[in-house]
Design a protein around this ligand. Sequence first.
Ligand SMILES: [Zn+2]
Length: 280
Amino acid sequence: MVFGVAGVPTHYKGKLSGLFPWLSEMGLNGLEIQCTYGFKISEDNQSIYKAQRENGFYLSIHAPYYINLGSLNNQVVGRSKSNMKEGIELAKKIGANRIIFHPGGGHENTEQGRKTAISQIIDAVNEFTAEIDMGDVRLYPEIGGKTASLGSLDEIIEICKKCKYCYPCIDIAHLHAREIGSITSKEILKEKLQKIKDQIPDKFQHIHFHAYTIEYGPKGEIKHLYFGKNMSNGEEGRPNLSDFIAVLKEMNIDPWVISEALDSQELGAKYMSDLYNAKN
Ligand SMILES: [Zn+2]
């Protein structure tokens, strides 16, 4: 069971080494390192991360946003492949065994265009993972938040079916937003997870979750919301995080959940961890 935060929470003001006891005190044991601008971590910070892993903290890495294995431009795909290999080496060094990445895109947003892009991503992943020792590192293509972005639930499942080292990163807020508010009940969320269980059963217990509430519009994601803040239209924040935790329990999922609540990651993570650990 892992409950953690995406990046260093804005409420935490201190050195990186002090972050881990601060998170532990809240019952949290996970950190997703945000390599937004490149797979680069200073030597000092690498040692800090490594030590935390040895203390029972679980680390994942979010790949840079410019990684684009689905691009129309071959040079971008080639660069993204070598970047991913660098990321895998870095992950092995610090003891992070999950790398989360966005499928990217550039092809036309038509059924055919999307299919071409997904098969290109599958080929790219299979190529670079064959050229490197993966150790125990797994790759997690993430559900995209916008209606036009690659990474629908079906597309993520497809990549995970065809790539040995790929496992699903189910960002439940992105899923909700890209489907224009689809997750309105526990049952609906359960059906979506059941689909993963049916189609990639061996990968089901290793799902990586991102969970927080989100604002969306006709094109999908608008923005992540502060933990506990209601949606702009006055509804309760969605997707509903207590329903999400209930589904994890009902489906006997040993969870790895990262909270990406806006400027309040630790509050969302603590809320979910407390609920998960509550006896009933
Ligand atoms: Zn992401």
